[in-house]
Every structure is written in structure tokens, then in C-alpha cells.
Design a protein around this ligand. Structure first.
Ligand code: M6R
Length: 606
């Protein structure tokens, strides 16, 4: 989603801004722009990729202070005029903004009534005009931003530059901004990963903070004039490279990183001798684990599917009721929250606005919520204050892959820990730990021998619709496979628990309809076989994901086998061919697999 990068220092800003935007490209965007202070303010912006912006920025553009933005359209179409930065009428103020100004319609009407000419359809532009009016009343840059934001309602990660002062003013509220501290240089970005090439010393702004950046200094404060609690911290080293290396696409790289990512996630967290797990970040005693009446897991998209697997593991191993919730529905349904219950907010980016708002709702109602997060120091991780980092390493492709596996692994570790604190005995715990520790090698084995995926690609690539079916832990895997194929190859997909298929989706089946069935060798398999037969009887073509050596393969038109594992862990193996099916089908259809249309990596608006 929208990205911000800013620089003030002693080097030419434009190339640094373009490089910063390139590091934010993975978030997904449709237009890009920058503003540089060089006596006045010079602004360039256009729809399309950062490369297209780079092509219109003059190579001799000078100026050592600037702000830049990648926009993912919310208010107003994808046009040059709607791209950021937005400027005041007189060109003396330029702003970039992430988030949504909820009362922008009223502010636009008021500004127009005052005779101000609005040049875009965005909610953000009003901020530039409000800041400029405050400047005209004699306020300093920081106070003019303060006054402008006192009129707005909504969320912002905001940066402003001025034609008459060499300074960047930043403010954050519900949309992340991180200030990077260099030597005589200061940076700001919406994403700390884009700063690591320059500095590891950062200040993460809190909601309601405002900051004045100059080349050698950062002053932070509160919008209401108070003192900010924001501190300088050091970005933790995480394993893995954010660069593409020898892979043609990030999605393929990240699929292949899953064995190592999984090792990183479980390392030091399993206790084989006790058949237990230890998630230190949760800081929960066995007594506290025993007292939890129920667990709720909250996430969006792929994270939601991981929650759905996780909830089954928790119920199975700990015999505690567990539910998975769609984050975007959570707060608005005014949920009944039991303060004794445990909640998990699951997110790769840690910036997903829907999940963040659910966290705030739970906290408001006085209950505990733990993060299950990949990006260290992200907004959700900080808001939760406690939790588990999943250690997937940087995930750049919009389609999430390795984060899914590590979310499932982390939640399974929790299920084991709470299970052992309650009724689960040592022996099944030991078996599960052994199975978990064997998984990275099993994923490697599958990646080395992927089966007839090209036949599966051929079967789905021109389909009107692809049906995905699974039971038990394979039902969320079916949803995840459908989501991947839909977002990467733009094929309509429907995922159903296999037994539910006969209650409706079966009507879609005709001769040759592709149906992807996930059927590991678990207690659900025999019933799934009946559903396969119901599909075959209607002419469907079955693409079957199953365990090696299982004679269920006879039910398949295209049979893809993975290794054999504990039934609770099967999602970690069966999801891999589905990720590859989506990737290869996307490629076959000529899609931009790393940056599918309309999608964003970090979805920072509700
Ligand atoms: O960063 P998060 O895990 O919170 O993101 C949640 C979803 O936006 C994300 O999983 C999305 O569905 C992906 N594009 C799926 O591949």
C-alpha cells in the first residue's frame, strides 16, 4: 500500500528518494512522486512504476531535502493529479500522506467555499492547503502541521516540506512512520526495512507524535504540545536477504526459503525431552495457560487461513475452545470480550489496519492480545507489546507464502505449549516435536521433486472457475490455495470444506471442471474420497494433493504427492504445491506474479 520515503542531509536527495521508493515497491502501488526543496519546491509525479517516475525526474535535479511517495488509490482514480506529493495553491507546502482523512469531504467543501482551488480528488490534498493557511498566519512549520491536523479526523503517516525552510515535518497516527538517524543525515520512511541500507538507528513514531527533521537533528513531540515517549532504538538483524538474488521472482524465492524460514521459527522453541514448546515472548506460566477459557485468533487473508489452522491445533492439543475471526469484521461487530481469554493478532507485515483496529478493540475491553508477527517493531507488534515473532525473514512478494508456514508453525508451538500445560501427555508431545523438526527437510524434498505441476497449470489456466476442497486442517489450506491462485493468476476460485460442496458449489461442475482436492492421510480422508467421487461423477478433473505412497492417488487425474507427517502438521506440506501452482499459472498467463494488480503488501487502511 502507500509508501513514504524522505531525506534531509548533505547529499542530492532525488536519487536517494528514488532508491527509497524502489525499496517500498513491494508494498503495491499505482503511482509515484517526489518533492525536493531547492530554493522553492520542485515536484514530479506520475502514474505507473518508480522507473517511470525516475524517467521524468531531471538528472540534474538538485536539492538535499525531499519527500517521496508511492500511492495505492483509495480516494480518487489512478491519475497523475491524484498522485502524491500534493501542494498548496501557492506551491509553498508539499505533503505526502498515508492513511485516510475521514472528514476530507467536509474539509474540501469548506476550502472550496473559501476560494481554494483543489487540484485532485484525494482526501490528502486538504492537508497541504490547511498547512499553508496556518503558515500564512505566521505559524512555524511544526505548528502549522499541528494546526492542520487538529482539523482532521482519521489516520496519517504524514511528511511535509516547505519552500522557505529546510526542514521535514512528520506526524503519525494509525499509519507507521519511522525516522532513521544517520551521520549528518536524517531519513523518514513508512517501513523500517527501507531504511536499513542507510542506518539501523531509528525512532518509531507513536500515534499522536510529530517530529521536526533537520540534517543533524530530530525533535519529537506530541500533536497536543506534550512530550513524546519515542526513543532511539536499533533495528534488529533478521535473517534473510531482501534482495532477489538468483531467483526470477520474489514469490519463487520465498516459496523456496520455507525450509530455512521454518528452521528459524522453531529453533530454540521446542523442548524434545518434555514434548513441549517454549514461546518466551508470551510470558505465560502453566497456571495462566490452564486458566484460559478460550482463545481467539484474528487476521486477514493468508494470516486468517493460518489462524484457521491454528485454532484447530489449539482445540486438538489443548481441548480449549478456539475461534478464528476475520479482522475487518471484528471491531464493527462490537464483540463480547472475556478479559480472561487469550487473543492472538496474526500478521506478516504487522501494519494491517483491520488487524490493528481489532487489537485496539480487545485492549479497550480489557483483555490480553498477543502478536504473531513477522516484521519486528511493526505497529501491531508494538501495540500488542507481547507475542511471538515468526522469523520468516523479509517477505517481498505481495502473495504471502513463507509467512503462512511460519504463522502455522508458531501457532502450533503455542497449541503444544498450552496443551502440555493442560491435558496433553508427554508422548504425543514428543511425537509432534519430532514431526515438526523433520518438516524443513521434507519441504526441501518436495521442492526438489514437485510432481506434475505443469499438467495442473494446464488444467486450471483457462478455467472459468477452480474449486478447492479439503476437510479438517486441509479446509483452510484449500482456502489458502484458492486465494493464491486468485490473486496471482486472476482466476476465479472457490474454496469449500469438502463435505459442504454438495450443498451448493457442486452446481458449478461440468465436464472438465478443475477441482483441487487436498487429502492427506488423516481421519478425514475417507470422507474426502466420497466427495472426490461426487465430483468425478459430474465430469470434474481432480488435481489431488496427497501423501506419498497413498493409494488415494488412484482417485486423481493429476496426482501430486508430498511427504508424510503428523495430521496436524500436514498444512505445512500440502500448501507448498498450491503456492507453486499459483506461481506457475500466474507466469503462464503473463501476470506480474510479484505485484498482482490492485493488491498491496501492507494494507494500511480499513
Ligand atoms: O501483513 P498481513 O499478514 O496482516 O496481511 C494480511 C493480508 O493482507 C495478506 O495475507 C494478503 O491476503 C496476501 N496478499 C495474501 O497472499
Amino acid at each position: 500500500m502507500c509508501g513514504i520515503f524522505g531525506y534531509i542531509g548533505f547529499r542530492e536527495a532525488a536519487p536517494l528518494l528514488i532508491d527509497g521508493l524502489r525499496r517500498l515497491e513491494y508494498r503495491g502501488y499505482d503511482s509515484a512522486g517526489l518533492a525536493v526543496h531547492n530554493g522553492g519546491l520542485e515536484v514530479h509525479k506520475c502514474i505507473g512504476r518508480v522507473d517511470e517516475l525516475a524517467a521524468i525526474v531531471p538528472s540534474n535535479m538538485s536539492g538535499m531535502t525531499g519527500i517521496a511517495h508511492t500511492r495505492w488509490a483509495t480516494h480518487g482514480k489512478v491519475t497523475d493529479a491524484n498522485a502524491h506529493p500534493h501542494t498548496s495553491e501557492d506551491g509553498s507546502v508539499a505533503i505526502v500522506h498515508n492513511g485516510i482523512i475521514e472528514n476530507s469531504r467536509a474539509l474540501r467543501n469548506w476550502l472550496m467555499a473559501e476560494g481554494v482551488l483543489l487540484r485532485s480528488d484525494t482526501d490528502s490534498e486538504v492537508i497541504a492547503h490547511l498547512v499553508q493557511r496556518a503558515r500564512a498566519d505566521g505559524l512555524s512549520p511544526v505548528d502549522s502541521v499541528r494546526r492542520a491536523l487538529s482539523h482532521t479526523r482519521g489516520t496519517w503517516g504524514l511528511c511535509a516540506v516547505f519552500s522557505d525552510e529546510d526542514i521535514i515535518i512528520c506526524a503519525s497516527n494509525g499509519s507507521a512512520l519511522v525516522v532513521g538517524i544517520g551521520d549528518g543525515e536524517t531519513y523518514v520512511a513508512s517501513d523500517q526495512q527501507s531504511l536499513t541500507a542507510h542506518t539501523k538507528r531509528v525512532i518509531i513514531l507513536n500515534d499522536g507524535d510529530i517530529a521536526e527533521l533537520t540534517a543533524g537533528d530530530v525533535q519529537t513531540g506530541r500533536l497536543d504540545g506534550g512530550v513524546s515517549g519515542a526513543q532511539i532504538t536499533t533495528i534488529d538483524e533478521s535473517w534473510g536477504e531482501a534482495e532477489l538474488g538468483d531467483y526470477p521472482h520474489y514469490m519463487l524465492k520465498e516459496i523456496h526459503e520455507q525450509p530455512e524460514a521454518l528452521r528459524q521459527c522453531i529453533s530454540g522453541r521446542t523442548v524434545l525431552a518434555d514434548g513441549n514448546a517454549k514461546l518466551g515472548g508470551l510470558d505465560l506460566t502453566p497456571q495462566e495457560l490452564q486458566a484460559i477459557p478460550h482463545v481467539r485468533l484474528i487476521g486477514c487473508g493468508t494470516a486468517l487461513h493460518a489462524c484457521q489452522v491454528g485454532r484447530l491445533a489449539i482445540e486438538r492439543l489443548a481441548r480449549v475452545p478456539a475461534l478464528a475471526h476475520v479482522a475487518s469484521e471484528f471491531r464493527s461487530n462490537d464483540p463480547v470480550i472475556d478479559p480472561a481469554a487469550l487473543h492472538f493478532a496474526v500478521s506478516q507485515s504487522g501494519e494491517t489496519a483491520d488487524t490493528l483496529s481489532a487489537v485496539k478493540e480487545i485492549q479497550l475491553k480489557n483483555a490480553r492480545v498477543m502478536g504473531v508477527i513477522n516484521v519486528v517493531g511493526s505497529s501491531i507488534a508494538r501495540q500488542c507489546g507481547q507475542g511471538v515473532y515468526i522469523h520468516s525473514g523479509p517477505e517481498q512478494a505481495v502473495a504471502s507464502t513463507k509467512a503462512f508456514s511460519n504463522m502455522v508453525a508458531a501457532l502450533t508451538l503455542f497449541a503444544l505449549q498450552i496443551g502440555r500445560a493442560r491435558s496433553l501427555t508427554r508422548e504425543p508431545g514428543v511425537k509432534l516435536v519430532k514431526a515438526l523438526e523433520a518438516l524443513p527437510d521434507q519441504i526441501e524434498d518436495y521442492l526438489a521433486n514437485q510432481g506434475p505441476l505443469s499438467e495442473a497449470v494446464e488444467a486450471v489456466q483457462d478455467a472459468k472457475i477452480v474449486l478447492f476442497l479439503g476437510r479438517g486442517p486441509s479446509a483452510p489450506v484449500a482456502r489458502e490455495g484458492a486465494l493464491k491462485l486468485m490473486e496471482v493468476a486472476y482466476i476465479p476460485c472457490l474454496a469449500y470444506p469438502a463435505g459442504e460442496m454438495k450443498h451448493g458449489p457442486i452446481a458449478l461442475l461440468e465436464e472438465g471442471s478443475p477441482v483441487v482436492v487436498i487429502a492427506p492421510n488423516d481421519k478425514f480422508k475417507q470422507k474426502t474420497v466420497s466427495n472426490i467421487q461426487e465430483c468425478r461423477a459430474r465430469g470434474a478433473k481432480i488435481i489431488l494433493i496427497h501423501e506419498e505412497g497413498d493409494d488415494i492417488s488412484e482417485e486423481a487425474d493429476i496426482s501430486i504427492s508430498v511427504g508424510s507427517t503428523d495430521p496436524m502438521l500436514s498444512p505445512l506440506l500440502t500448501v507448498i504445491p498450491l503456492q507453486l501452482l499459483a506461481y506457475q499459472t500466474g507466469l503462464a498467463k503473463g501476470c506480474d506474479v510479484d505485484k498482482p494488480r490492485n493488491l498491496a503488501k501492507s494494507v494500511t487502511v480499513e
